[in-house]
Design a protein around this ligand. Structure first.
Ligand code: GLN
Ligand code: ZN
Length: 770
């Protein structure tokens, strides 16, 4: 038996790569420093894997920005707008494609970025034209193989497979389908494989995670043709075909007949597929299997007993020499090293013993191999230790709270229903709120200036006392209320100055969450996130937002919206426990948020927004599973929103996802008002409303908050007119696309002044024509 992983995190255990990139971008350091940093990280990663006992170590899993961007450069798939710098300095070209470029010679936008399957990692989207050509342009894959070889390590180069590469990209012109380009792309693969084999490469890992999606016959055929042709041209090459994040599903039959050496299975996401494969009539016992047993997407310790059961099952049909023990997917999605975590207040020892980060996962893989092939006492001790940790997780009082469990078990249908239908609620809300046509509002946060952030960091370090910190936040909140009043906004917000992050803030106030200090995971480029660890039953001991919301409301007669993060988003942006269904965890969070909503109402808040920007992200990869997810996700939102009286207006907010195909489920959330991002796509979202009559009120974003540009009154009016064509006028709200926390004050003020002017003009126009 051998061990392998599909990839290792590359940001550096202290985020060295992040810092080195940012220093290079800002001109503080030379490119040589950045290159050196990359080299050190690769070396460290390889040597660590070697020392830990990984037999087949990946290379080319490193990237300065993103592996799909790397692939674009490898295949010479460079959009024409970068043509003029293609022959120049490589790093200038590379980061221009990633981040855009603005110099005297060239001023052009970056390539688009989107989420990598159902992860929070973003990749650069390849762009294709009808006359697209490919060439072996960047030799990174060769250089990194040689670099490892110099350390005495014969690696398995990782390359995104051609079908996944094409399907993840976009046609930038009409008149062709990107799969039409396969025959032009394959010769470049041939050349790469040829050069690698000349260097002594034995295995190449081709990542084809599109196999976790529903594919058409044509797409499956493309897979088949690709790997048949690789095998025909290079019969000695060992093709390691990697799919992850879900089962092979309908694609299994095709895949089992491919002439590949090794087939990788993500047994964490899809545990049933080992049986499916071993019993399939297409299964060839000479095909090697890579058993992806150690979770690359989450932070829980492996359960050795379980994993060994899988290994045993495989060994009954397959010779051990034909098996790999592996991570379920690349460890890119795991934080680096649990040993760095020493803050017991944020991460209690009891919780820590249940966790494994990337480095610990390597050890687990090696131990699983040891346990399946030797009786050494050292291994047996590790087995006992693992068993004990998993056992006490089952019974820990830190995790298990009877009251919370029974509250979820006793949920009634009526708990997810408002007292009356929207029409009745709308009438009541109109009477109490007395808002004008085209009411204006914002999404919640106002600029998080350097000062605001410095107060928080000083407060955390103990330099500012609670009282001093609160005084500063109160002043900032008051200023924001005064500004909104002066501008004439109809529904105000308090500004969220007291919050670092919309999930972490709630995690810190709820029971059942822990926090790492260095548990960073790459999100895109140099950006990392540090998701909270949701380890136990979730409950709310005390109000979380009432203080600041009611303070803000006390300053003004205009309604101030209460501002909460919804249960699905809290779930989605945390490392979630794997010892109970996600739906159950989500209901626990929903009940905690519900309590907060009720408390806000009790304290005089008449409008409460429950943000759910991540609802779309949780969608399963395969369509057949969508319904069951949407059912529980929508219900959890409704549980959080339904504890209040009909006169209390519930808002929700969503952004930066494709919502058109789940619009009916969004309607089923039954929020009185939804504010939704649309301005970047010129209200593309509204197309969905032509066929589907969204029943409740809606604020399509009219101010792109990602841009420093201030939209003009005319631009906003134009967007509102567009909206008025498909939505009933009395349902339209006027608001930005998303929170304003990343903007500065001068821009924000001008933009919101224009927004209010545009709303007033629309109002007048509507009343005149009525
Ligand atoms: N209320 C949050 C804010 O305004 C919403 C952020 C989001 O949608 N990501 O910042
Ligand atoms: Zn948003």
């Amino acid at each position: 038996m051998k061990t392998t992983i599909l990839g290792y995190p590359r940001i550096g255990n202290q985020r060295q790569l992040k810092k080195a990139c940012e220093n290079y971008w800002s001109g503080k350091t030379e490119i040589t420093t950045l290159i050196e940093t990359g080299k050190n990280i690769r070396q460290e990663n390889w040597l660590l894997q070697q020392k830990t006992g990984i037999d087949l170590i990946p290379s080319n899993d490193f990237s300065f920005y993103d592996q799909v961007l790397d692939a674009c450069l490898t295949f010479g798939c460079i959009p024409k707008r970068f043509e003029s710098i293609k022959k120049g300095d490589f790093s200038t070209l590379y980061f221009a494609m990633a981040r855009g470029i603005q110099t005297e010679q060239l001023d052009t936008t970056a390539m688009e970025m989107t989420k990598w399957f159902d992860t929070n990692y973003h990749f650069i989207v390849p762009e294709f034209t009808i006359d697209q050509t490919f060439e072996f342009f960047s030799k990174k894959i060769i250089e990194e193989y040689k670099e490892a070889l110099e350390l005495g390590i014969k690696t398995k180069p990782v390359l995104i497979g051609p079908v996944t590469f094409l399907l993840l990209g976009k046609e930038k012109e009409k008149g062709f389908h990107r799969l039409d380009l396969l025959n032009r792309l394959l010769p470049v693969y041939f050349q790469i494989i040829d050069e690698l084999i000349a260097l002594g490469v034995e295995y190449i890992q081709f990542d084809e995670p599109i196999l976790a999606l529903d594919l058409s016959d044509r797409e499956r055929k493309a897979i088949n043709n690709t790997y048949e042709s690789f095998h025909a041209a290079f019969p000695s090459l060992k093709i390691f075909l990697a799919n992850y994040f879900d089962c092979y599903g309908e694609n299994l039959e095709t895949v089992l007949q491919l002439p590949v050496d090794t087939l990788h299975l993500d047994l964490v996401r899809c545990s049933s597929q080992l049986d499916d494969i071993l019993t399939s009539k297409y299964f060839n016992p000479n095909t090697k299997l890579s058993l992806g047993l150690v979770d690359g997407r989450n932070i829980w310790k492996n359960n050795f007993e379980n994993s060994l059961r899988f290994i045993k099952k495989a060994v009954e049909k397959i010779a051990p020499k034909n098996l790999f023990i592996a991570s379920s997917c690349s460890l890119l999605h795991s934080p680096y090293d649990l040993e760095l975590e020493t803050n017991e207040k944020n991460l209690p020892l009891e919780v820590k013993q249940w966790l494994a980060f990337a480095k610990q996962k390597l050890e687990e893989i090696a131990t699983l191999k040891g346990l399946s092939s030797s009786e050494e006492e050292a291994y047996l001790n590790l087995f006992e230790e693992n068993k004990l940790a998993n056992l006490n997780r089952k019974t820990s009082t830190l995790i298990h709270n009877k009251k919370v469990k029974s509250r979820v078990e006793n949920l009634l249908e009526s708990d997810s229903q408002r007292k009356n239908s929207f029409k009745i609620r709308q009438e009541l809300q109109r009477n109490t709120l007395q808002l004008p046509l085209y009411p204006t509002t914002t999404i919640g946060s106002f600029p998080q200036t350097k000062e605001v952030r410095s107060w928080r960091s000083k407060f955390k370090k103990g330099i500012l006392s609670q009282k001093e910190y609160d005084t500063l936040i109160a002043k900032e909140t008051e200023d924001s209320i005064r500004f909104q009043e002066e501008t004439g906004i109809d529904v105000l917000v308090h500004g969220e100055f007291e919050r670092n992050d919309m999930v972490e803030y709630f995690g810190e106030k709820l029971e059942g969450f822990a926090f790492s200090s260095f548990g960073w995971v790459q999100s895109y480029g140099s950006r990392c996130v540090k998701p909270p660890i949701l380890f136990g039953d979730v409950s709310r001991e005390n109000p979380m937002t009432v203080k600041w919301s009611s303070f803000a409301q006390s300053l003004t007669k205009t309604p101030v919206k209460g501002m909460l993060t919804g249960p699905v988003t809290i779930l989605q942006w945390s490392f979630v426990r794997n010892d109970q269904p996600r739906a159950t965890t989500c209901n626990q969070i929903a009940l905690a948020i519900r309590d907060e909503v009720v408390d806000l109402e009790k304290n005089g808040i008449q409008i409460i927004q429950i943000d759910e920007p991540a609802i779309r992200e949780g969608l399963p990869l395969r369509k057949e599973e969508w319904k069951s997810y949407l059912d529980w996700a929508v219900k959890a939102f409704r549980i959080s929103a339904s504890g209040v009286n009909d006169a209390t207006q519930i808002h929700t907010h969503m952004c930066y996802s494709e919502f058109n195909d789940i619009i009916e489920n969004i309607a089923a959330m039954d929020a009185d008002v939804i504010t939704i991002e649309t301005s970047r796509s010129e209200m593309e979202l509204l197309e969905a409303f032509v066929n589907f009559k969204y029943p409740n009120e809606i604020g399509p974003g009219v101010y792109d908050i990602h841009s420093p540009r201030v939209p003009s009154v005319e631009e906003i009016e134009h967007l509102l007119e567009k909206a008025a064509k498909v939505l009933p006028v009395e349902h339209i709200w006027v608001n930005p696309d998303c929170g304003l926390k990343t903007r500065n004050w001068p821009e924000t003020k001008s933009a919101l002044q224009n927004l209010v002017k545009a709303a007033i003009k629309q109002r007048v126009k509507t009343l005149q024509t009525a």
